[in-house]
Design a protein around this ligand. Structure first.
Ligand code: NAI
Ligand code: MG
Length: 349
């Protein structure tokens, strides 16, 4: 197995990033998938502070030529602006053209949901977020900056190519239904493009139930009736917001995993949705589930669906037993929760 072992690049990053990546790597290790880890320890705020750049061309090469990448989190309170975080995350997404941001949300236990009551809220859906265009494309500018006459413009960039491929991706991961979310009634030009691409995509994928919601209505329905959704597909900014909302319904950032994918090139970057959490970094209480569940997505991407399911079952068992970190109402540390998941995985059957 070792002869043709697959190389996975790992970017632990900053703050709780390395703390939650450690148990995720232990999970990969116990599954004995024959993957080789290539850890890029130097991609962090320290390097950015001393050299002005955290991600070198050589790092990018190692990432590009690997099977997949697992990232903890980047971000440092000493670097107030977003330039550093963007220099890592936006660079990776655009250099590898990771246009599909896949964010599954599953309620691991009723206890974790603010909607907990007698009836189970079986939340199990995926937010598919367009990852390279929209309001976050970086196109725009400002003039008369700093004066009362300041004008600031950020362009909502949508292309037929970009919208069509994210819609097709959404159908490719759907089990039952796809709901497209936009604001075509108020954002006319991009809205019309999305609507046109949507009707074309629906014709290409006639076997699924489909629906359309404006983003404000979608936010409301996600709170009142989250089990109605299978796949939600939307643009970059709406996807950012709706996926945080959905994550909160299912227990919060501590359990929210994500994949950044390009299905055409098979490039993939897997990371917890949360950031480096400087407020709890170093205290040993960061929830490792989001990182572990991101590793499960990576494992699935490599073709090990059964092992990925085993990891998810191990997480579900830990939640069921209340053997969790304080953000989920438990009292265990990051390391202790990691050990619980490993013990579950080692159990026969
Ligand atoms: P954050 O996600 O780091 O933290 C938000 C809140 O959630 C904090 O109270 C934190 O303690 C809590 N939290 C997050 N992950 C947790 C976990 N695994 N277990 C328990 N509690 C957890 O977002 P924030 O504070 O806005 O950003 C901190 C830094 O991270 C900034 O520099 C930001 O730019 C960066 N960032 C990086 C991201 C990435 O690497 N993909 C994503 C989001 C933010
Ligand atoms: Mg966000």
């Amino acid at each position: 197995m070792s002869g043709d072992s697959k190389r996975i690049t790992v970017i632990p990053g900053d703050g709780i990033g390395p703390e939650v990546i450690e148990p995720a790597l232990a999970v990969l290790d116990v599954l004995a998938l024959g993957v080789r880890l290539d850890v890029l320890d130097q991609v962090n705020a320290e390097t950015y502070l001393s050299t002005g750049s955290a991600l070198s061309p050589a790092d990018l090469d190692r990432i590009r030529t690997s099977e997949a990448t697992l990232l903890g989190a980047v971000g440092d309170p000493r670097l107030g602006d977003t330039a550093y975080v963007r220099s890592v995350l936006t660079t990776l997404r655009s250099e590898l053209d990771l246009y599909a941001n896949y964010r599954p949300v599953r309620l691991w236990h009723d206890r974790l949901s603010p909607l907990r009551d007698d009836t189970r809220r079986a939340i199990d859906c995926v937010i598919v977020r367009e990852n390279t265009e929209g309001l976050y494309s970086g196109v725009g500018g400002s003039t008369r900056t700093g004066s009362p006459q300041e004008i600031a413009i950020d362009v909502d960039l949508n292309t037929h190519h970009g919208v069509s491929r994210i819609l097709d991706f959404a159908f490719s991961v759907a089990r039952r239904s796809v709901c497209v979310v936009d604001k075509a009634n108020a954002v006319r030009n991009g809205g019309q493009l999305w609507q046109r691409c949507w009707h074309e995509a629906v014709e290409r994928h006639p076997q699924f139930d489909t629906s359309h919601l404006y983003v404000d209505a979608a936010a409301m329905k996600l709170v009142t009736d989250p089990t109605a959704f299978d796949v939600i597909v939307t643009n970059n900014s709406y996807g950012d917001i709706l996926s945080d909302l959905t994550a909160a319904l299912a227990g919060g950032l501590g359990v929210a995993a994500s994949a950044n994918l390009n299905p055409a090139t098979r490039q993939g970057l897997f990371e917890p949705v949360h950031g480096s959490a400087p407020d709890i970094a170093g205290t040993g209480i960061a929830n490792p589930f989001a990182a572990i569940l991101s590793a499960a997505l990576l494992i699935e991407h490599l073709g090990h669906a059964e092992e990925a399911d085993a990891v998810r079952r191990a997480v579900a068992a830990a939640v069921e037993a209340g053997r969790v970190t304080p953000d989920l109402g438990g009292s265990l540390s990051t390391k202790e929760v990691g050990a619980v998941v490993l013990a579950e995985l080692r159990q026969p059957n």
